[in-house]
Ligand binder design. Structure first.
Ligand code: 5RP
Length: 262
């Protein structure tokens, strides 16, 4: 089965597999959302089944909750966990300071709440997610449906005075209807090209009425595990200031590679 995986999926898989090593018995672990996080959930499920790993997972979306239960992970809510030892999640972009854009999968609100309530956040990503400047990936902003067009206009007006390259703003759609998040909100995607001052933009966006949260994660991520298509992984820990390179064996495993859907 592994031969059928694209290099990008192999990269996501090895990043997830390496990051699964962070999870220890007794931990409460935030489980991210997206195709890379789905690999992680699969890897952790295998460790639960094959190695007897015992931990509790707090999913960041209904999709992740469903997959986690399916693979045998004990799922609890954030309110039950209260605080987490660790969160592992994907990202749409990360820079050298490990500032992130997240929310491509529409789960940024729960993801940010869960990551912020964790002692440590580890991002898993393929190498293509690394950027010099955030912003090529459209920045997701979660807004409440009430008056969303007014909120959109306010966001667009505010962007005029921000250090960004582009200013197009689109409502995320799901077919003919607005995409609706797990919290019942809409998502505006901000096509900014390059964000000159992510910290300032994140603060300004969150001060607008109607904006619930934005996809900029600043000073939240502690380490990134970067996967490559040939099985290499690089682990960068921003607190320890370390960079480690390893190569993971790429073992064929039908349990992991069957019917994965991010
Ligand atoms: C979901 C996210 C994801 O982590 C992000 O979109 C990356 O997804 P993928 O691993 O599928 O590339 O933020 O809201």
């Amino acid at each position: 089965m592994s031969g059928e995986l694209s290099p990008i999926d192999k990269a996501k898989f090895v990043a997830a597999k390496r990051a699964a090593q962070y999870v220890e018995d007794g931990m409460r672990v935030g489980l991210g959302t997206g195709s890379t996080a789905a690999w992680l959930v699969r890897c952790l499920g295998e460790k639960v089944r094959e190695e007897g790993l015992r931990f509790r997972g707090v999913p960041t979306s209904s999709r992740t909750a469903e997959l986690a239960r399916e693979v045998g992970i004990e799922v609890i809510s954030l309110d039950e966990a209260k605080w987490l030892d660790l969160t592992i999640d994907g990202a749409d972009e990360f820079d050298r300071d490990l500032a992130l854009i997240k929310g491509g999968g529409g789960a940024l609100l729960q993801e940010k709440i869960v990551a912020t309530a964790s002692d440590q956040m580890v991002v898993i990503a393929d190498a293509a997610k690394e950027v010099e400047h955030l912003g090529a990936f459209p920045l997701p902003v979660e807004v409440i449906p009430f008056g969303w067009q007014t909120t959109k206009a306010l966001v667009e007006e505010t962007l005029i005075s921000m250090d960004v390259m582009g200013r197009d703003t689109t409502l995320r759609m799901n077919g003919d209807h607005p995409y609706v998040t797990d919290e019942g909100n809409y998502i505006l995607d901000l096509h900014l090209g390059r964000i000159g001052n992510p910290r300032q933009l994140a603060m300004v966006l969150n001060q607008m009425p109607g904006v619930v949260e934005n996809g900029l994660f600043i000073d939240i991520c502690d380490a990134v595990v970067i996967g490559f298509g040939d099985g290499r992984v690089e682990v960068r820990d921003i607190n320890a200031g370390t960079v480690q390179q390893e190569r993971l064996d790429f073992v064929e495993d039908d349990n992991l590679f069957g019917d994965l859907d991010g």
